[in-house]
Design a protein around this ligand. Sequence first.
Ligand code: MN
Ligand code: MN
Length: 454
Amino acid sequence: MESLIYKKQNFYEIASEKELKDCDDFAKEYMEFLNKAKTEREACREAAILAEQFGFQPFDFGRKIKKGDKRYLLNHNKQILLFKIGSADLEESGIKIIAAHIDSPRLDLKPSPMFEEGGMCYLKTHYYGGIRKYQYLTTPLALHGAVVKANGEKFEFVVGENEDEPVFYISDLLPHLSQKQEDQKLREVFTGEQLNLVCGGKKSKDYKEQKLKNKVLEILKKRYGMSDADFMSSEISAVPAFKAREVGFDQAFIAGYGHDDKSCAYPALRAILESKTSDTVIVWLVDKEEIGSEGNTGAQSKLFEDLIDEICENFNISARKVRKNSKCLSADVTSAYDANYSSVFDKTNVAEVSCGTCIVKYGGARGKSGSNDASAELVSELRKSMEEEGVLWQTGELGKVDLGGGGTISKFIAKLNIDTVDLGVPVISMHAPYELVSKADVYSTYKAFAAFIK
Ligand code: MN
Ligand code: MN
């Protein structure tokens, strides 16, 4: 009999031996993905490799689509859409969509980044997404870059991920001299213009001016054939150089860079790759969520609508009707209750770690402003699909009313008249260089996606 009082359950308390093992195995595979996919370009590359292994073929507009097709569309190397055309009536059953973002907060190099002062050569950065700036100080950072030279020649590089490679470093003030700073406001103390990476320090004999900068540029010339000007047509990001690690004596958690939102993107990817459904499914791994979903690789671009139009044109059916009958899980992380900062959470309405994937009916700020606010009907449908498949889930709000807030891509998808709800992994220290999640919640999110597209 259904219990009168709803009570959250902890995965580790109720899981069978087999589920515990499956959860652990999934966590290992997720950690491997996380280590290989720190930027959106890398996430796309890894997703495409996996897609091909599972028989998905590259797709571009203008190609024929037929029932049974498994395709992926790579758009400008920064977003990827995987789709499977099912045998079911597309107009009537619509498309099952799971959308997650693959960009994460980080520091991007400025177009003209290099300067030297006080015996050190630096790279200037402009932060990407919402970071707490002080978290990037005195921590090892790796550079992940894509450079396109003036002649069109393109190359990608990574420095700082392997043990034998150097890392990059941003300094902090010594406590001995921080007396005045201790009394200042956090947002005034740490400024964006201080986020300069140490990138060199061996002066050369043969230059009078800019001895260091020249020396570092010589190394870049030799190694990559790149010049100072090539920075201007490049995308080079400084990301935490850490590998994902298990946390705790009992290894219940995973610390890693980019759980937001790879802890949803990877489960979504796995769900479509392994799915045997007769429905049509799209998994959309999208870029630019952290800076407002702008640009031609963000969720506000027309690409997603274009793909649905293209599929429908192939079958000569109404795209409007398909969208109306489609359903989408906007798969993004949410906050998890944190005993160290308990005052910011409404204890009865926040996710708890290890209690399963979290449905977030609405987000936004100040009176749900900017929020999708999913329908009760859709949430009920989701409950049903998860309960049928034994998926552990919970609901949660980000934090207390009027303390702050946040958005996801759900509102952009809902604008297309697609019924959309947010669901994802609860995270501790969201947007920090090293975020924390429970293995159980990543696994439950994967099970939720599988149940949704079943
Ligand atoms: Mn996110
Ligand atoms: Mn985020």
